[in-house]
Design a protein around this ligand. Sequence first.
Ligand SMILES: [Zn+2]
Ligand SMILES: [Zn+2]
Length: 340
Amino acid sequence: MKALICKNGKIEMVEKPFPEIQKNTDAIVKVTLSSICTSDLHIIRGCVPAAKNGIVLGHEFVGEVVETGDNVKNFVKGDRVAVNCETFCGECEFCKRGYINNCINGGWELGCKIDGCQAEYVRVPFADNGLSKLPDNVSFENALFVGDILSSGYWGAELCEIKKGDIIAVIGAGPVGLCAMQCVKYLGAKKVIAIDIDETRLELAKKLGFADFILKFKDCEKGIKDLTKYGADAVIEAAGSDDTFELAYKIARPNAIVAIVAMYEKNQILPLPQMYGKNLIFKTGGVDATHCKDLIKLISEGKISTDFLITHKFYFNDIKKAYEIFEHKQDNCLKTAIKY
Ligand SMILES: [Zn+2]
Ligand SMILES: [Zn+2]
């Protein structure tokens, strides 16, 4: 089968053998749609120490189950599924607490430590945990982002511990930021302020009804003051640059939660002497994608939608072109859907 690997910082289309069941909890999924995530770019740039050289990239996809191990109980051949970007056993101390990103038997494996979904078929470990069935009224396109960026957005929103009346600032109106805004609204925030450098993305956030206010990155500190007086009740940082990290703790009001969902390529500095007494709560890390089934239900009921994210479609053969357009945000690209 064809697969896209990352070797020595370069992507390359290669022929690979079909994946096989290795453990009786595995399933083999035929990929029907996949996407490219910024995390794939981080791997290519060598910024993910855990990533294995020569790995098949990709961890965001939907597909059809073609084979299951003897111990897979909830899925059979032919099931249409969304796939969690995290691999998790469901039984270790971390999984039991819902911290599946730190599963001692998993974590971010697909497209990082084990072969991912930018291939025709993929082996999914702990299939009963990693797969979620799609109801008839949810198409593959509808569910493409459930296992990764929609989960990340929801997780970021959850980290904010939203209370009635809260005003939440979301830095970055890219795919994860837009998902986070939508989820923040769903979880009951009163107002959402979107911040970005890209006017088109900001306008989209407003047009979709995810953001009540939009602020250009430049001079947004003043804008936040005008809108909130003391700062945002919680801030989601979904952009991932040095400037946006700094902005995140600056625009948070005292005692606010700062949820760092973005993935950085460099260390960041906290000026703790100046921050002393502001009593901020920082939450950081990679998504604990524990709500895939709930998110699919919300999509099925029409309460949440990520359809707007698919701005570009490519056939798998042209995935290198898709990478180029996605990486450079050409033609206002938000996300690509890769067809097989
Ligand atoms: Zn991702
Ligand atoms: Zn576990």
